[in-house]
Ligand binder design. Structure first.
Ligand SMILES: NC(=O)c1ccc[n+]([C@@H]2O[C@H](COP(=O)([O-])OP(=O)(O)OC[C@H]3O[C@@H](n4cnc5c(N)ncnc54)[C@H](OP(=O)(O)O)[C@@H]3O)[C@@H](O)[C@H]2O)c1
Length: 197
């Protein structure tokens, strides 16, 4: 398990990632292992941002996707127990290059390599196609883990509460250190762009 000393050893500026998440108005992200809402606008936003890029998720989030990688994206699943997924690439992913099961150290190496190759890990490419930007897509454990490296946090807040049992640790995120821009709002959702100062 990663701890603060280990994070200190890594230059936080060497690793730059985006995060993209949705919560209800209480910070809830899931109920019984699934997202308990369906918001078309937010789904389209998520798709537009992540298509052609790299998504990194925890194994529980992968489970919530029925153990299927998101199409047209490179999927990285973080796990302490890679043996569990030994045969998955063969059985699930037609293209073996779009699904990786990595432990924390391997994920950090993977991100460093892609940061180096791309040099830009933000939204500079407006088409967002094949840009290989890295998006941490959850769940709560993985957001906690990568928090020091997140430079842009796309956060949708639903205006309702959904009796969730899994929560994003919004206190830990301390958005006082981030600039906030509202990029979309309607009666159901507000989409924020938080950029680290
Ligand atoms: N609302 C949203 O935007 C949103 C987005 C994504 C997911 N979700 C929901 O969030 C829920 C899951 O969130 P969660 O926080 O419970 O789980 P999670 O973050 O998706 O996954 C947790 C798992 O990640 C692995 N992991 C954690 N720390 C690790 C480390 N240091 N090194 C290697 N692997 C590590 C472990 O996998 P192993 O046990 O395999 O070792 C751990 O069990 C799901 O119900 C999903 O539907 C919501």
């Amino acid at each position: 398990m990663i701890n603060e000393i280990e994070i200190d050893k890594i230059n936080v500026n060497a690793i730059k990632v985006n995060a993209i998440m949705a919560t209800d108005k209480n910070g809830g992200i899931a109920k019984n292992g699934l997202m308990p809402w369906h918001n078309k606008t937010d789904l389209l936003f998520f798709k537009k941002k992540t298509i052609g890029n790299i998504v990194i998720m925890g194994s529980k989030t992968f489970e919530s996707l029925n153990f299927k990688p998101l199409p047209n994206r490179i999927n990285v699943v973080l796990t302490n127990n890679k043996d569990k997924y030994f045969n998955y690439n063969d059985s699930i992913s037609k293209n073996k290059n779009n699904l990786f099961f990595l432990n924390y150290d391997e994920a950090i190496d993977f991100i460093k390599k892609n940061n180096n190759e791309n040099n830009e890990n933000n939204e500079t490419n407006k088409t967002n196609k094949n840009n290989n930007n890295i998006f941490i897509i959850g769940g709560a454990q993985i957001i906690d883990l990568f928090l020091p490296y997140i430079k842009i946090f796309w956060l949708t807040i639903l205006q309702d509460s959904y009796d969730c049992d899994t929560f994003l640790n919004l206190q830990k995120i301390d958005f006082a250190k981030w600039t906030e821009e509202i990029i979309y709002t309607d009666e159901k959702i507000i989409i924020h762009k938080h950029t680290i100062l």
